[in-house]
Write a protein that binds this ligand. Structure first.
Ligand code: TYD
Ligand code: MG
Length: 458
């Protein structure tokens, strides 16, 4: 077999024939890795992921009945777009210890009632897997365990067992003898994943791959991995906190906006059906710098709390940290508050945090961020039952948000009696809402919401 090697950047896939310390394309240091390319005749011809079939008319194609099956966890099924699709390949990634193996073992319990499942682990022994399964109360007579890292052996076992679901934990541990590079290298990860995808597409087997993340938080291995699979799910959350959020970064069979919320307990992961209540538990009362917000995560409104701590800075350039909020978005809101309301943030350090480990990516969180910052710097408290949502423009104007009625109803359901929102949304206010409403057109209007400073009870 004729093969030649080249060096590929793990970050941007820049290709070079010789090794370099720094990638000339993206500037990352030490990211070039040797990749052995197989000559065309030996490799590429075999790499047809889907079996070639003659063209078929859309109207005449008979769709198989078993297109989706549920994993038993509504939170995960929603993220998958309604269940695991037959013949699909799903990549689940996340930081070490976040609970990927735990979640997969738990879904085996339900999948393994009716279907044959092969759980391949390259990281734990059968004894360790059994121990975890016992702890999680997994009982199935159709669940098979295999500790193997050679992908060719894994697939030949698959041929013998003919499982409906194959779980590979993790794709970074599998390797093939056809290449000499170490497991976890670009070539090995790509070949391992490709072998699984080919199997899935040709035999209608559903495959779940576990992927490790690199130090920047991306999925380690080749970038093409994300293009090759049907869905990429990301499991996130603060390891020290109990909430875990699963979101789809890519999904060929559903929306990528949905999230699923779980809680890590002694008995494994349990679903959190009502995330807003969970995010608001242990909420401090009558404290400056706090403001509740309602964001949309897919089709679901979720309430979280933004906390801002604003303290006088001893440094010449003040400190800014943002946890759960985009750093640049925080800087933008601070700049608008400085310019439009004359607040002196340049003399203060700012620490922003979102409780419950949620990430607020939506611009509708701007208003709550601004209110938390105003409350933090003035030390005036916002009413405890106040909730705010709205996008802020650079002139300090408040812009309309989408899914307005969902947000108002969820806020009202959770007992928020003071709702602050953009004036442009006020025409669509749902009927029968008893809360005090403040529709505002710019940031000046928010100042009247702050209560006089008083002794704080924490
Ligand atoms: P694990 O699924 O092994 O993580 P990953 O596969 O993503 O690396 O999860 C390990 C963590 O989960 C570990 O820190 C302990 C915790 N855990 C519980 O809190 N309860 C449980 O019932 C189990 C099985 C794990
Ligand atoms: Mg694991």
């Amino acid at each position: 077999m004729k093969s030649k090697s080249s060096f590929v950047c793990t970050e941007c896939e820049y290709k070079s024939i010789k090794w370099m310390g720094k990638c000339p394309s993206c500037g990352t240091w030490n990211s070039l890795e040797e990749v052995v390319e197989v000559s065309e005749s030996a490799g590429l011809q075999k790499r047809v992921a889907v079996r070639s079939n003659p063209p078929v008319l859309l109207d005449e194609y008979d769709m198989p009945e078993y297109m989706r099956f549920e994993t038993g966890y509504g939170e995960l099924d929603r993220v998958l777009g309604g269940g695991l699709v037959h013949g699909s390949v799903v990549l689940i990634s996340g930081e070490p210890g976040i609970g990927k193996s735990t979640l997969l073992m738990q879904i085996c319990n339900i999948l393994g009632q009716k279907r044959t499942v092969l759980y391949v682990s390259g990281e734990e022994s059968c004894g360790q897997l059994k121990l975890r399964a016992k702890r999680l109360g997994v009982k199935s007579d159709k669940l098979f365990l295999l500790t193997e890292t050679n992908i060719d052996v894994i697939l030949s076992e698959c041929d013998k067992l003919k499982p409906d679901v194959l779980i590979v934990d993790s794709v970074q541990t599998v390797y093939t003898d056809r290449f000499t590079s170490a497991p976890g290298s670009i070539t090995q990860v790509r070949e391992g994943a490709l072998a699984c995808i080919t199997k899935a597409k040709s035999e209608g087997l559903s495959v779940i791959l576990v992927g490790h993340v690199n130090k920047e938080g991306g999925i380690s291995g080749p970038k093409v991995l994300e293009h090759m699979v049907d869905a990429v799910l990301y499991f996130e959350g603060e390891r020290r906190q109990s909430y875990r959020i699963i979101r789809a970064i890519k999904n060929r069979f559903g929306s990528t906006n949905e999230i699923g919320v779980f809680e890590m307990t002694d008995e494994g992961l349990t679903e959190v059906a009502n995330p807003s209540e969970a995010m608001l538990s242990d909420r401090p009362k009558n404290v400056s710098g706090n403001c509740a917000v309602c964001v949309m995560e897919g089709t679901r409104p979720i309430i979280a709390e933004v906390q801002a701590l604003v303290t006088q800075t001893p440094f010449s350039s003040p400190r800014r940290t943002a946890n759960g909020i985009d750093y640049n978005r925080m800087c933008l809101v601070i700049a608008v508050l400085e310019k439009r309301l004359g607040l002196k943030f340049y003399q203060n350090d700012v620490y922003l945090n979102v409780t419950g480990g949620l990430r607020l990516d939506e611009p509708s969180a701007d208003l709550a961020i601004a209110l938390a910052l105003i409350s933090g710097i003035t030390d005036r408290v916002l009413p405890d039952d106040l909730i705010a949502f709205g996008e802020i423009g650079l002139s300090g104007e408040c812009r309309a948000v989408s899914h307005f009625d969902y947000r108002v109803k969820e806020s009202s359901r959770l007992g928020f009696n003071t709702i602050v929102f953009p004036k442009k949304n006020s025409k669509k206010l749902p009927v029968g809402i008893k809360a005090n409403i403040f529709d505002i057109s710019n940031l000046y209007d928010t100042l009247k919401l702050l209560k006089e400073p008083k002794n704080q009870e924490v």
